[in-house]
Write a protein that binds this ligand. Structure first.
Ligand SMILES: NC(=O)c1ccc[n+]([C@@H]2O[C@H](COP(=O)([O-])OP(=O)(O)OC[C@H]3O[C@@H](n4cnc5c(N)ncnc54)[C@H](O)[C@@H]3O)[C@@H](O)[C@H]2O)c1
Length: 258
C-alpha cells in the first residue's frame, strides 16, 4: 500500500483525498495537513512533521509559497513529493532533484490541466526548436494575480479578447503563480522554463480555460489543445485533479500506459 499525505485541502486536495479514500487500488490516505482546521473536510488532519512520518508520498496541493517552504523537508525525509503548484519548482529544481537523489525519493509532476506531456518528452529526446503556449481564460480567472495588481489591469473593463502577458515561463510563474502552472509543467517536460514561452489572453464571456501548445522540432510539429471546465475554483480546471488522481492510480497499479 502506498500511503499518501496531502498538504492543502482546497479543490484539488479535497478531490484527491476523496479518491484516495475510495477505489484507488494500492493507495491509501494517511492524512492531511491544513492551515485552517475547517478545511480538513472530515479527513484525519495532523501537523506536517506527523504527516511525513505516516506517509510514503506527500501531495502538495496548496500554493507555490507553501511548496517552497516544506518541499525540502519532504525530500530530506526520503518521501516522494507530488507537486501541483508546479511554478514553485522553477529555479529550485536542480537543488531539489539532488536532494531527492541523496534521499532516494522522487519528485512527481502530473500533467495537471494539460495533456500531451508524453509527446513533449519524446520530442525532447531529439532536438526541439520552440515550445509556445497560448492560454485563454475568462477575466475573472486571472483576478488577484500579482501581475494584474502591479500593472493595475482592470479586468472588469475588458470587453474583447485581450493579450495580458507574453514572456518566458520563468516570468509567467511569478506573474501568475496560481494561473499558469501548466506552462511550468510543459517547460519541465520540454526545453526548460527560459525557452518555453506563453501568451496569456483574457476573453470575456469564455466559459472554459483553453490552452493551445505548439512544439516544433526535428520530429515535426505537435499541437495540443485542451478546453478545461473550471471547478468551484475558477482558476482550476477539473482535469488538474483528475490527472493527479490518474498518476496516483498508476503508481499503485501493475500497468503503466503513456
Ligand atoms: N498543475 C496544474 O495544472 C494546476 C492546475 C490548477 C491548479 N494548480 C495549483 O495547485 C494548487 C492547489 O489548487 P486548488 O485549486 O486546490 O487551490 P485552492 O485555493 O482551492 O486550495 C489551496 C488550499 O491550500 C491551502 N493552503 C495554503 N497554504 C497552505 C499551507 N502552508 N499548509 C496547508 N494548507 C495550505 C489553502 O488554505 C487552500 O485551502 C495551487 O497552487 C494551484 O495554482 C495546478
Amino acid at each position: 500500500m502506498l500511503k499518501i499525505g496531502i498538504v492543502g485541502m482546497g479543490v484539488i486536495g479535497t478531490a484527491i483525498a476523496k479518491a484516495a479514500s475510495g477505489d484507488l487500488a494500492g493507495v491509501e490516505l494517511a492524512g492531511v495537513t491544513v492551515r485552517d482546521p475547517a478545511k480538513a473536510g472530515g479527513f484525519p488532519a495532523c501537523p506536517l512533521d506527523e504527516l511525513l512520518q505516516k506517509s510514503d508520498l506527500i501531495v502538495e496541493a496548496a500554493t507555490q509559497a507553501a511548496l517552497r517552504e516544506f518541499g525540502p523537508a519532504v525530500l530530506r525525509a526520503g518521501k516522494h513529493l507530488m507537486v501541483l503548484s508546479v511554478g514553485g519548482l522553477v529555479g529550485v529544481l536542480g537543488e531539489w532533484a539532488r536532494l531527492a537523489e541523496q534521499h532516494h525519493c522522487r519528485i512527481l509532476v502530473p500533467s495537471g490541466a494539460i495533456a500531451g506531456l508524453d509527446g513533449v518528452k519524446g520530442a525532447r529526446e531529439g532536438r526541439i526548436d520552440t515550445v509556445t503556449m497560448e492560454t485563454r481564460k475568462p477575466p475573472r480567472g486571472l483576478a488577484g494575480a500579482p501581475y494584474i495588481e502591479t500593472q493595475r489591469i482592470d479586468l472588469d473593463a475588458i470587453t474583447k479578447e485581450t493579450l495580458i502577458f507574453e514572456g518566458p515561463a520563468t516570468e509567467a510563474v511569478k506573474a501568475f503563480p496560481a494561473n499558469v502552472n501548466v506552462v511550468a509543467a510543459l517547460s519541465l517536460a520540454g526545453i526548460g522554463p527560459e525557452r518555453t514561452r506563453i501568451r496569456l489572453f483574457a476573453v470575456p464571456g469564455q466559459q472554459r480555460n483553453q490552452h493551445r501548445i505548439t512544439v516544433d522540432g526535428e520530429f515535426g510539429r505537435l499541437t495540443i489543445e485542451v478546453e478545461n471546465v473550471p471547478s468551484e475554483n475558477p482558476r482550476t480546471g477539473k482535469l488538474s485533479y483528475l490527472s493527479a488522481i490518474a498518476m496516483l492510480r498508476e503508481l499503485g497499479a501493475p500497468l503503466r500506459v503513456g
